[in-house]
Unconditional design. Structure first.
Length: 86
């Protein structure tokens, strides 16, 4: 009888631990999903910005290294400003 009651408590406790682990893992997956969504929003935003940047498009037609450095410096500055806002 004592063994049966002990086994019953063991099963209840182990079931509760499994439920807690499942809930914890689901929360972690939800958090990771949100982080990935946020990162994709930044990537899409950057791609839309780059697609419409006339200076970049003009520089792609020119092979002068000075123009490439200027564009690189501009994008570096934009990245730093954006990083400070986050």
């Amino acid at each position: 009888m004592i063994a049966a009651v002990s086994y019953m408590f063991y099963r209840i406790d182990s079931g509760y631990e499994v439920q807690l682990l499942t809930e914890k893992n689901e929360s972690l997956v939800d958090l990771q999903r949100e982080v990935i969504r946020r990162d994709f929003r930044y990537v899409v935003s950057d791609l839309l910005f780059l697609a419409g940047d006339n200076e970049l498009l003009e520089t792609l037609d020119v092979q002068d290294p000075a123009d490439w450095r200027l564009v690189g410096n501009n994008f570096w500055f934009i990245a730093e400003v954006r990083e400070r806002r986050l």
